[in-house]
Design a protein around this ligand. Structure first.
Ligand SMILES: [Zn+2]
Length: 374
């Protein structure tokens, strides 16, 4: 039986006693962590990812969960890295001064930044089990998508009446959540995608209400609840609101995968004019300027054109117009190289302007920004 225990480890702890040589192998965590166990020897160093790890830590963003295997407490080296070798090595090598990030190695950083790095907390899932299981898990982690794996781990860690009840609604073949949401939620029930989506939605819902929450935080807070009624109720409310206000028969293609909880929270208190919205949606679906059909419903609700990914002028039109304008910005009249200019719609899309040469003018970046913010 595999058991999983989440722990927190600081960069200070994981990099303490770091060694990396042929005789002793690669170790950290005071010599107690085997960073490069035998089945991971194929590891290839990647400079770009190494830099990304340091960037993440310096900004205080979270790194993905790492997985360790607990061999046994009396083993010479009780822990080994099952997943997260690259991140661990990047941290150890950086703190050892072996490479630089933005021209600064660890020892060139001011003391407070050094402390910030050392105090950064990593989330580690420590797995304990048979060797045969270990390899199987390593295979799953490396082959399957991370999100699927993580939700299954979460279910194991926060096992209890809440998870059991939630799985009844969200994780069984042809379950109630699937029957209600198959046209609105992407993913597969058996991969826990529906359960993960429901948890993500309710966590975001609580966050919007001023109580910052995460999937894992929500599961921990409700682990011992006698059932998952609140989760199931909220999920139903969200999807019923979506189905009631938008015609699945007509708009099925563009309704799947939207963040319905966000729109439910924002708009369920008002009564939408659904037939006017349906007409607007239909005409947008025929509009060739719209390049992202799944942004149509978000757009009609929020009015934010970014959702639509409206067509931009292609290079050949921009070049021709730039020549026609004798390389001058039409607003400030100054001359610019081509790469410092942007194609602008003279008549904007919302007033019927199309992405054609006659509707294109070239502006310098500054003028274009100023025009855009008006
Ligand atoms: Zn200008």
């Amino acid at each position: 039986m595999m058991t999983i225990t989440p722990i927190e480890v600081t960069v200070r702890e994981i990099t303490r006693g770091y060694i990396n040589n042929d005789e002793q192998g690669v170790r950290g965590y005071d010599g107690r962590l085997d960073i490069r166990p035998p089945y991971q020897r194929e590891f290839i160093y990647n400079d770009r990812e190494q830099q990304a790890v340091i960037n993440t830590v310096l900004n205080g963003y979270p790194l993905n969960v790492m997985y360790w295997v607990h061999r046994s407490e009396d083993a010479d080296c009780p822990f080994e890295v099952m997943d997260g070798q690259q991140r661990t090595l990047a941290l150890c090598e950086y703190v050892a001064g072996k490479f630089s990030f933005e021209f600064k190695n660890f020892f060139n950083q001011p003391a407070d930044i050094q402390q910030k790095i050392l105090n950064y907390r990593l989330t580690v899932y420590v797995c304990e089990g048979e060797a045969s299981e270990k390899l199987e898990w390593f295979r799953i982690i490396n082959i399957a998508g991370k999100p699927l794996y993580e939700q299954e781990i979460n279910n194991a860690i926060y096992a209890g009446p809440f998870v059991s009840d939630a799985k009844r609604y969200f994780s069984k073949l042809n379950c109630a959540a699937y029957r209600l949401g198959k046209d609105l939620v992407t993913g597969e029930v058996k991969r826990q995608d529906f359960l993960r989506k429901a948890l993500e939605w309710i966590a975001q819902h609580e966050t919007r209400q001023g109580h910052p929450q995460t999937i894992v935080g929500y599961m921990a807070a409700h682990q011992h609840d006698p059932n998952a009624n609140n989760l199931w109720t909220y999920f139903q409310q969200v999807l019923n609101w979506a189905i009631t206000n938008f015609d699945l028969k007509r708009f099925r293609k563009i309704m799947k995968g939207l963040n319905w909880a966000e729109y439910y929270d924002r708009f369920s208190a008002v009564t939408l004019d659904t037939s006017a919205l349906a007409e607007q949606i239909s005409s947008l679906m025929r509009d060739s300027e719209v390049q992202k059909p799944t942004g149509i419903i978000p757009y009609v609700l929020t009015g934010d054109e970014h959702h639509l990914q409206l067509r931009a002028f292609p290079e050949d039109i921009k070049l021709a117009v730039w020549e026609r304008q004798k390389h001058r910005c039409l607003l400030c009249g100054k001359e610019f190289d081509f790469e410092f200019m942007e194609g602008d719609h003279i008549t904007p899309w919302r007033e019927g302007g199309r992405t054609v040469m006659e509707n294109c003018q070239m502006l310098c970046r500054e003028c274009n920004r100023r025009k855009g913010s008006k």
